[in-house]
Design a protein around this ligand. Structure first.
Ligand code: ZN
Length: 231
C-alpha cells in the first residue's frame, strides 16, 4: 500500500480551481493506479472542450485529471438551504452526468455537508445570496451563481480527483437555470474547464444555453474513461 498525500493545483481564488487542503489531510491508503491512456485534452472549433489539469499519460501525451471512481460517486446534497426546486434539478443533473460519463452518481441527502473533502464524493451546498449577474466563476466573487472546488490526490502520475465541493449561492434560480448551473458545476467536478463558446454549458456564464453542448458531452465521456486498479 502506498501513502497518499493530498496535493493541489491553483487555489481558492479560482472559480473551479483544484483546491489546496490547508495542512493536508490524514494520509489515505490507496491502491496503485495505472496511468491512464493518452487522450485529446483540448479541442477548439465550434464545440470546444478543455480540462482543468492534465497528467502525463501512458505512451506519451497527456490525459485529463479524472476521478478513479470504480464504485461510482456519491453526490451528497445538503438539505439546509435547498430551494424548493432543488431536489428535482439535482436528480436530473445527476442522471445526465451519470449517463454521459458512465460513472454511477448516487444522490444522498444530509442536513449539512462536512467541511473536509471525502473520497469519491461531491458535496453540494446552498447559500442564500442571490446573484446580480449570470456569472459562473469565482468562488470568492459575491456575484457568482455557483462555484466548485475540486480536491486532487495522488503520487507521481497517479494524480486524480479525490473529492469536490459545489456551492450554489443563489436560492431564487428558476428550474431551467438551476439545472444548467448544476450541470456546469458538475462539469468542473469532473475536471472540465471553461470554454469560450456560449453554445457550451462550460461557458463561464449562463447565456441562454439550456443543455450540454457537443463539446461538453465529448469532454464528459472522456472524463469517465479512467483506469481502475486491479483488485
Ligand atoms: Zn465555471
Amino acid at each position: 500500500m502506498k501513502r497518499l498525500a493530498m496535493t493541489a493545483i491553483g487555489g481558492g481564488a479560482l472559480a473551479f480551481g483544484l483546491l489546496t487542503v490547508a495542512g493536508g489531510v490524514a494520509a489515505v491508503d490507496m491502491l496503485t493506479v495505472p496511468t491512464p491512456p493518452s487522450v485529446q485534452t483540448e479541442r477548439g472549433g465550434a464545440h470546444p472542450y478543455s480540462f482543468i489539469s492534465t497528467i502525463p499519460a501512458q505512451g506519451g501525451g497527456e490525459a485529463p485529471t479524472r476521478w478513479i471512481a470504480c464504485d461510482g460517486l456519491t453526490l451528497l446534497v445538503a438539505r439546509n438551504g435547498m430551494p424548493a426546486n432543488g431536489k428535482e434539478a439535482v436528480r436530473q443533473a445527476a442522471a445526465e452526468i451519470s449517463e454521459l460519463t458512465g460513472v454511477p452518481v448516487t444522490v444522498e441527502y444530509a442536513d449539512t455537508v462536512p467541511a473536509a473533502a471525502a473520497e469519491n464524493t461531491i458535496f453540494l451546498q446552498w447559500k442564500a445570496m442571490p446573484s446580480k449577474t449570470n456569472k459562473l466563476e469565482g468562488c470568492d466573487d459575491a456575484e457568482t451563481i455557483a462555484c466548485t472546488e475540486t480536491v486532487t490526490a495522488g503520487f507521481g502520475s497517479g494524480q486524480h480527483i479525490y473529492g469536490a465541493n459545489i456551492t450554489v449561492y443563489d436560492d431564487k434560480l428558476d428550474s431551467g437555470v438551476l439545472h444548467s448551473t448544476l450541470l456546469h458545476e458538475l462539469g468542473h467536478a469532473f475536471g472540465l474547464n471553461h470554454v469560450d463558446s456560449h453554445s457550451e454549458l462550460m461557458y463561464p456564464e449562463i447565456a441562454g444555453q439550456a443543455h450540454l453542448g457537443k463539446g461538453d458531452r465529448d469532454a464528459l465521456r472522456i472524463a469517465g474513461q479512467f483506469t481502475c486498479p486491479r483488485r
